[in-house]
Design a protein around this ligand. Structure first.
Ligand SMILES: NC(=O)c1ccc[n+]([C@@H]2O[C@H](COP(=O)([O-])OP(=O)(O)OC[C@H]3O[C@@H](n4cnc5c(N)ncnc54)[C@H](OP(=O)(O)O)[C@@H]3O)[C@@H](O)[C@H]2O)c1
Length: 341
């Protein structure tokens, strides 16, 4: 292993003291993570807050076997040590990475295949807000559902983390993003990210509007995080040959749907969770992002996702803020190292 000359023996991390509400998050001393042969040890400047962190904190989404028990699925920072089998990185490089957990900490070790360079001009807080959602959307909507240029894609929760990533990725790939939101402010944000049309579900019928916006054809792809009754709405809004990607079930894991509609329209309904995927799969996703999406992120006209920062000592407030559903874009926790940058 190659390492920066001074690494501490211990660090601080935000741990889940017991399953429960935001106040069970405690920043406390924690052992330094080991940097394996295929890993990068990252000194964390900022870590993104994601829906799965909230589910893990509530005791509803346990880490896979062998993964860190700490929350935090994405970080950006500086490389502090490099495993003996890793090539292509230097100590001190800025990096953003999908973790296997453990991001709410001063240091985290990640498989090198899950790390990406920070786009030129981006802050480390902006970079920390990217990996979890961009990996999820790339794996599901792009690699699995085959999003192609010219397709229309209806995106639920469009002003949130997953939704915002889906708008930007779809737009970069030449697809037409139709954003489903709950307010004018969220519609405005989705439009700034690239959505060609918005549907406000508080005042409009989603399926009717989706059909209007596609000259009666329906949408080619749907990215859904809502579930429950939205499943039937998605079928009604879909075009023949459409594909609905389910990545969360915020309004319910069970649904009554018309199998006849699935048959008649020749639809596909697929689902996935990112965290249990193998390191090899995550590395394939990272390679796709690096080759096909990352170059555009450094372009001067690219709209970076909106990021609201909290000092990591206020992790509980960040979780409460996400649960209140008022935020737009992403929330990140800034570590003492990140605050000093
Ligand atoms: N499958 C995977 O691998 C994977 C990976 C990452 C995240 N996820 C999941 O994806 C979901 C979204 O994550 P995110 O980071 O995008 O969250 P987020 O930033 O909080 O965004 C969620 C969006 O959905 C909207 N929404 C509609 N109904 C909702 C409801 N019943 N509860 C909460 N929000 C609702 C919210 O806006 P309005 O309230 O204004 O409509 C909000 O904009 C989470 O459940 C997360 O666990 C799955």
């Amino acid at each position: 292993m190659t390492q920066a000359h001074t690494l501490p023996d211990t660090m601080h991390a935000v741990a889940i003291s017991t399953p429960g509400g935001p106040d069970v998050l405690r920043r406390q001393p924690w052992p330094m993570p080991a940097c394996g042969a295929g890993d990068l040890l990252i000194r964390v400047a900022a870590s993104g807050v994601n829906g799965p962190d909230l589910a893990q904190r509530r005791g509803q989404y346990d880490p896979p076997p062998g993964a860190s028990p700490l929350p935090g699925l994405e970080v950006a920072g500086v490389i502090a040590a490099i495993g003996s089998a890793v090539e292509g990185w230097q100590i001190g490089d800025q990096v953003m990475a999908l973790t296997n957990g453990g991001g709410y900490a001063d240091f985290v070790a990640v498989p090198a295949g899950q790390a990406l360079p920070v786009p030129a001009g981006w802050t480390l807080s902006e970079a920390a807000a990217l990996p979890e959602t961009w990996f999820t959307v790339t794996q599901t909507l792009v690699l699995r559902a085959g999003l192609d240029p010219g397709m229309s894609v209806m995106i639920h929760g469009a002003a949130g983390g997953i939704g915002g990533a889906a708008i930007q990725i779809a737009t970069l790939l030449g697809a037409r993003a139709i954003a489903v939101v709950s307010s004018a402010a969220k519609a405005d944000y989705a439009t700034r990210l690239g959505a060609v049309a918005t549907i406000d579900y508080t005042s409009e019928n989603i399926a009717t509007r989706a059909l209007e916006l596609t000259e009666g054809r329906g949408v080619d792809r749907v990215l859904d995080i809502i579930g429950g009754a939205m499943a039937q709405t998605n079928l009604a809004a879909s075009a023949r040959g459409g594909h609905i990607v389910q990545v969360s079930t915020l309004d319910g894991a069970k649904a009554e749907i018309s199998l006849r509609t699935i048959m008649a329209k020749q639809l596909t309904l697929s689902g996935s969770t990112l965290r249990p995927q193998t390191a090899a799969t995550k590395a394939v996703i990272a390679s796709y992002i690096r080759a096909h999406l990352l170059p555009a992120l450094a372009a001067p006209g690219f709209t970076r996702p909106m990021v609201t920062s909290f000092p990591i000592e206020q992790a509980a407030q960040a979780h409460a803020s996400m649960e209140a559903r008022g935020h737009i874009g992403k929330l990140v926790l800034v570590s003492p190292f990140g605050a000093g940058q």
